[in-house]
Design a protein around this ligand. Sequence first.
Ligand code: ZN
Length: 305
Amino acid sequence: MTLQAIGIDIGGTYTKLAVVLEGGEIQHLESLPTAAREDPHDYLENLVQRIGLLVADNEITGIGLGAPGFLSKDRRSIRYNPNTPALVGIDFVNLLDRFNLPVWLEQDLNVPTVAEYHFGEFRGAPRLLTASIGTGLGAGFVVEGKVLDFAGSTIGDTGHIILEPDGPTCTAGCHGCGEALIATPGIERLADKYSQNKSHRIEAQEVISAVKQGQLWALEIIEQIGGWLGLWLASVSPIFLPSHVILCGGVAEAGEPLRKKAESRFHELSGPEYTQCVIALSHFGGRAGVIGAAAPFLNKLFLEE
Ligand SMILES: [Zn+2]
């Protein structure tokens, strides 16, 4: 019988809910707005009800959730996350107890890493690092099949490595860190000089779309971002010595121009010992979260442990 698990990806705006099959295929996908700041009662009730319908209709082996922020030590709740304050402290394991299924809560930087490790192009890679580039910047790391966790279920806030001393400030208060330069606020800052001819401020998504159409102004921006990404990789790589680096998240949708520039800058800056790794783009797009959340319940070896 094909294994089936529920994967839930709690984002700051939407929560995605999927039934994922043994090979990582999505059988069913739906989403609901996340109660990030308002009273979460109705949201949680809605979520539980939808899970109940999926459990009734399928042979589910477990429920996995990817959650943002720092997780509690017992891995039942979000301990800290300024983007979803309404969900801090909610015991998700307790909430889903009623289904009599194993429940697993994972930090959201790690779920794409788990998805790539189990189902990606480089599945089973010995030292697999995913860089999630979107509103923020961060990384997850799977070494010999285990998610590395030594700070709030993360490998630390690698997005806040300083790349440009005294550069722009990020929301965490660092000056010129990777997140301030490479994530969407950094792209929008660079896009501002192209906004003068437009009636609105250019958003990062517009830049990414323009890159896909080959527009030069947007390619210039992504070259700059890719250069910083290469510098960031040159700083991260000697610590983790990844065998594979997979670029994920909305900004990685810029594709090859971003990947190529990051790779060439990384190779310019780092010594040969640190540039042995493959740098690739994720193929999962916005589905990595639900696939990675469900993954542990789709692996027979893991289930037997
Ligand atoms: Zn920062």
